[in-house]
Design a protein around this ligand. Structure first.
Ligand SMILES: C[C@@H](N)C(=O)N[C@H](C)C(=O)O
Ligand SMILES: [Zn+2]
Length: 226
């Protein structure tokens, strides 16, 4: 299952608007400890809990809209800014995990699976992995009791169940599909686009956004280069 053709979106030109990275406010919940820090990823000059200013402003409006619909509920951020070195670390980690879990699979089969869910690490400023732009975010919802809602899979579940519409024709899981649809609708209303293979990944203004949005240019390139 290859859902993204890199040729389609990584060729889109980037005109970076040079907004700074801003830290997520306390009212938006975070997955703690940060999952990639916990795995040993290094962030020597940065924190994963930040986004480009305009992207964060949109996310705060999403959060306010969620609270109008469901008082006390909060967005819960799993990952936001991710330098290219961390992208490489997580791709290597996922390859090693899949290698151990499927010893009979070929290298090509495993890489195909890895790159269904991860963008290719790249040092080329013309092809930044989405999270390295500070314009992409992985997130879910929590209720007023601070409990993470059941979205059908955890974030970074690398299976077909991660597909946003996986539960759409399963009436017994209508509650899960309704929560996925709620997250999508709230994010979409603020201009975010969703990754076609992952219910939890959204972005605004990066190349993937431009491709899915039909825009001629992306607004955000690698955040460490501005
Ligand atoms: C795997 C997930 N956490 C993720 O962020 N995937 C996208 C496609 C990425 O690597 O940018
Ligand atoms: Zn993501």
């Amino acid at each position: 299952m290859k859902l993204l053709d890199k040729k389609n979106w990584q060729a889109i030109p980037i005109q970076d608007c040079a907004e700074p990275l801003d830290t997520l406010p306390a009212e938006i919940a975070r997955v703690e400890p940060h999952p990639y820090l916990a795995l040993g990823a290094a962030y020597p000059d940065s924190t994963p809990h930040c986004l480009r200013r305009g992207v964060l402003q949109r996310l705060i409006r999403v959060h306010e809209a969620l609270q109008r619909r469901h008082p006390g509920w909060r967005l819960r951020v799993f990952d936001a800014y991710r330098p290219n070195a961390v992208q490489q670390f997580m791709v290597d980690h996922t390859y090693a995990t899949m290698r151990a879990q499927t010893p009979h699979a070929s290298e090509a089969q495993i890489w195909e699976r890895v790159y269904t869910f991860w963008a290719q690490p790249s040092d080329d400023p013309a092809t930044p992995p989405p999270h390295s732009t500070g314009a992409a975010i992985d997130l879910t919802l929590e209720n007023a009791a601070g409990e993470e809602l059941d979205m059908g899979t955890p974030i970074d579940d690398f299976s077909a169940r991660a597909h946003p519409d996986f539960f759409r024709d399963q009436p017994q899981h209508a509650d899960i599909q309704a929560r996925r649809t709620l997250l999508f609708d709230l994010m979409h209303a603020e201009g975010f686009v969703q990754h076609p293979a992952e219910w939890w990944h959204f972005s605004y203004g990066d190349q993937l956004w431009a491709w899915r949005h039909g825009a001629a240019q992306a607004h955000y390139g690698r955040a460490d280069l501005i």
